[in-house]
Each structure stands twice: as C-alpha cells, then as structure tokens.
Design a protein around this ligand. Structure first.
Ligand code: NAD
Length: 498
C-alpha cells in the first residue's frame, strides 16, 4: 500500500511513500532497542554534539525543505521557515547547549536524621529507552523534529510516525537524521501508516509516547497506553483566549489577533480561537480587525506573496465550514469570510470573524481548527476571566493591557499552561519555555528543561557507608526496643508549632 501526498492548494500529487506493514513494527522496535543500548553509553555532551550536526544539513537544505512543507501543508514557504525550519534549528542548538547541564544534573539529597548514620542518596536521570513519537499534520517538521532531538540527546531511541497528510516531510526528517555521521543505525526510524493501525500499535511497543494531535486521539492513546502502563505525554487541542482590556495598545492587539487567528490558516493548537473584548472598545476594535482581515491575501502559497494558504485536506475544510454553519444557526453573525474561497481549486477557507457570539455557543466552546474567530464582549475583568475559564481546553491564553502587572495578576487566574501578556501564539517557537497545558489540552510538557524530563526517568541511588548493622534489622531485641524509644523522642520533635 502506498500513501499519496497531495498539495492541498492545487490538488496536485506531490509524491508517495510506502506504508509500513504492521508486521514490520516488532523488528523496527527491536532495532531501536538495540541501537539505544549502545547510544545510552555515550556521554551526554558527546551525544548532544553528534545530534546538533542535524543543523548542518538543515542549513544546506533550508529552502527546498520550506518549499516541500508548503507543498504538503498549503502554508506559505516563509511561514514554513519562520515557524518550522528556523524553529527546529534554533531549538536543536538550544538543547545542544543545555543537554549536559540538565541531563547530567546530580542532586545530592539531604536525608536528615539518616545522614548521621553515614547514609547518602542522590538523584540522577536515565533515558527511558524507546520513545514513540506520533505527530500532527499542522507543524509536521518543527513539532516532531524537536521532540526527536530532545529524546535522542537524552539517550533514547525514537520510532516516529508522521500524520498521513505529511509523509514526505516525515521522510525528510528521517533523511536529516540518516545524514548524521555516528548516529547508530536504527536510533531514529520513521514509520508510515494510519493512526488507528500503525499509531495504535506504536503505543505499547516503546517505553514512552509523545503524542501531538487532537484531544479525541489523545484519549484513545491514553486508554491504549494504560494496558501496558506506558507513560504518555499528550499535546492536544486548544481554544486559546485573547482578552483585550480597554487600556491595551489596541492597534497592536488587532494586528496580533489577525496573525494569531489566521497564521497557518488557523490550524495551530494555540491559535487565537476566542476573542474577548471589553464592551467599551469592542465596536471600533472589531471594525479595525475586520478591515485588517479583508486585506489579507489568500492563495496558492507558491505563487507570490500570500498571507493565508490552504487547509490541509477536504475533510478538515468541511469540518470548519460545518462549524461556521453551526455558528450561524446559533445566532452568530459572519462579519467577514464565512465560506470556502471560490477562487481556488484547493481547500481554502476565507479568514472568518464571527460577531454576536456568547460564551455558551458551540463556536466559542469547541475547537474549530481553521481560520475562524468568534468575538465575545465582557463588562468586567472578573467576567472575562470567568468566561475564559469556562472551557474544556487550557493550552495558552493572552491578556492585553498596558498595565503589565495587572496583566500578570489577572493572567495567573487563567486555567492554561501559558499566559502571554501582550503576545499571542509565538511562545511555541521558544525552545526555552515549556509547552503544554491542563484540562483537555493534555498531559506533560514538551520544550525546554521540562521537555527533557518527559524522556528520562528519575533514578535514585542510595549509598550506605555505615559499618555496623542497622538498628532496625532483626532480631527485634532489647537494643531495637531502645532504638524505638529514641524514635519516639525524635517523632515528637517533628511537630510544627507556630
Ligand atoms: P489527529 O489526532 O487526527 O492525528 C495526530 C496523529 O495521531 C496522526 O499521526 C494520526 O495518524 C495519529 N493517530 C490517529 N489515531 C490514532 C490512534 N488511535 N493511535 C495512535 N495514533 C493515532 O490530529 P491532527 O488532525 O493531525 O492535528 C490537529 C490537532 O492537533 C488539533 O486538535 C490541534 O489543536 C492539535 N495540536 C496540538 C498541539 C499541541 O502542542 N498541543 C500541536 C499541534 C496540534
């Protein structure tokens, strides 16, 4: 069976790859385990130095890679550069710089009373083994690439499956790691196939799963992982809110809302997907935003300067068009866009702003993974926070105000993994900061130091330098009774009194 890659902007065929037979998976995971046993013995600094060589081949192939990403996803090549290839290189370089410090960190543990008995403990980190990485279609390069880099720098092997919409980008990722001299064969392997067959089989086959995709699939993966108690890191859906207070820099906020909602045709987990405006500024703000949105140039991203490209496939496009119809039937007013762009053959949805929305509507509550922005007004800060938190997702949020302290204070009340004051979306590109959020947005964190922690196990080492038998060992004779009397005295000293 082959998987065919289609350009969603032109509907032309990009190419194809051979599906990985399910029967091959056991051998692939065995090869990964074998490679990992050798790899984990290499010191961290040396491993990181080997892996950062990926940036050399990326630097040589940057432009062709961006064109391929554009052809396979429908996004503008410059967006592929800014948010995918540049981001991957930047994070690889950053992880190279911090790998040894984070992964070889040894923490001596103060054992309190037991220190007096010459007992010592320390904590280190060990690679987990083989990491199954299952990727989404929307950032097919940057997301899995940096997850692979962190996993292998930490001493693991990786089996990676790209989404079937972006198999050629998956193949390029494999090529980048294949080109690294000194990387053991089998350490990074890419498999191709459907989520329900190949993806499902990957879940229990390794020692950890890093999954990025929809909440629905994340739940299926967690159910499956429970059979083998395989730990999961789940980066799932979002419904990121942008709250604009009256004292914000309103022009900058309107430009941010436009970029935050329509970049990558709205197919970003942390896209601005709910816009909350204070009632005193809502009228002029919406007027400016609609005007700005009408100025966006949509089209085939490979033909001239285009702001908004195509959506990934017909199924996703139809889901978004259905959600717009649903919003209309609930009383939302289409202020701009609202339909498939009739000028093109491909899967283009016009950038859409929905007015007259209230917090309970489906278009405000559910993730619409496309260029659609519902607008809601609020009367007070408390009301804005309450409405924002009244949602199943919790990935990112933003508060817009010139009073930065107030922004932080209010922001801390939001139930998300990240709050940005006067910014949207882009912290995903920061390798230094953690990524992920609570509620239905997932479990665990990728990126930064916490991202490394997802692919290692804490390992506790205890060394006893005491020469005598421990007092609590058998037999339970008179000296044991005496020791327990001492324990009673010590126990009474463990009470906290004000
Ligand atoms: P998806 O869940 O449809 O697919 C993601 C991957 O999971 C694909 O590779 C797919 O083949 C695989 N898969 C499907 N069923 C599976 C199963 N039963 N077992 C194992 N694997 C399976 O998601 P998508 O449409 O590619 O991506 C869009 C979604 O991803 C949106 O909800 C978006 O918010 C989310 N997303 C989240 C983040 C984040 O960092 N939180 C980033 C990007 C995308």
């Amino acid at each position: 069976m082959v998987i065919t890659s289609i350009n969603p902007a032109t509907l032309e065929k990009n190419g194809e790859v051979q599906e990985t037979p399910l029967e091959a998976l056991a051998g692939i995971f065995k090869a990964a385990r074998d490679a990992q046993r050798l790899w984990r013995e290499i010191p961290t600094a040396k491993r990181a130095r080997i892996v950062v060589a990926a940036n050399e081949s990326l630097a040589d192939r940057m432009e062709e890679l961006c064109l391929l990403i554009s052809r396979e996803t429908g996004k503008p090549p410059l967006e592929a550069l800014s948010s995918e290839v540049y981001g991957a290189m930047d994070s690889t370089f950053y992880y190279y710089n911090i790998a040894e410090k984070v992964l070889d960190h040894k923490e001596d543990i103060d054992l309190g009373f037991y220190n007096s008995l010459d007992k010592t403990s320390f904590l280190i980190y060990k690679p987990v083994g083989v990491v199954s990485i299952i990727g989404p279609y929307n950032y097919p390069f940057a997301i899995p690439f940096s997850q692979i880099v962190q996993s292998i720098m930490a001493g693991n092997a990786v089996v990676f499956k790209p989404s079937s919409d972006v198999v050629l980008v998956g193949k390029e990722i494999q090529a980048v790691f294949d080109a690294i001299p000194s990387l053991p064969r089998g350490l990074v392997q890419t498999v191709y196939g459907s989520g329900s067959v190949i993806g499902d089989a990957m879940v229990g086959a390794g020692n950890r799963v890093i999954f990025t995709g929809s909440t629905e699939t994340g739940k299926a993966i967690m159910r499956k992982a429970s059979e083998t108690l395989t730990p999961v890191c789940l980066e799932l859906g979002g419904k990121s809110e942008m709250i604009v207070l009256p004292d914000a820099n309103l022009h900058r906020a309107a430009l941010a809302a436009r970029w935050g909602c329509f970049t990558n045709s709205g197919q970003v987990c942390s896209s601005v997907k709910r816009l909350y405006l204070h009632e005193s500024i809502a009228g002029p703000f919406v007027a400016e935003l609609v005007e700005l949105t009408r100025q966006l140039k949509q089209g085939n991203p490979l033909e001239g300067n285009v702001d908004v490209g195509a959506m990934i496939n017909e199924f996703q496009m139809n889901k978004v068009l259905k959600a717009i119809e649903g919003a209309k039937s609930e009383g939302a007013e289409v202020l701009c866009g609202g339909r498939r762009n009739p000028s093109f053959k491909g899967y283009f949805v016009e950038p859409t702003i929905l007015g007259n929305c209230t917090n309970g509507m489906g278009c405000v509550q559910r993730e619409i993974f496309g260029p659609v922005l519902p607008v809601i007004t609020f009367k007070s800060e408390d009301e804005a926070i309450e409405m924002a938190n009244d949602n199943q997702f919790g990935l990112t949020s933003s508060i817009w105000t010139e009073d930065h302290e107030k922004g932080v204070r209010l922001g801390k009340r939001l139930e998300t993994g990240t709050v940005m004051v006067n910014e949207v979306v882009y912290t995903f590109a920061l390798a230094q900061t953690p990524w992920g959020g609570p509620k239905h947005s997932g479990i665990g964190r990728t990126h930064g130091k916490l991202g490394f922690m997802e692919v290692v196990d804490p390992f506790h080492v205890h060394v006893d330098k005491y020469k005598e038998p421990d007092g609590w060992w058998m037999p339970y004779d008179a000296s044991f009774v005496e020791l327990m009397e001492n324990f009673k005295i010590i126990a009474k000293s463990l009470i906290v009194r004000d």
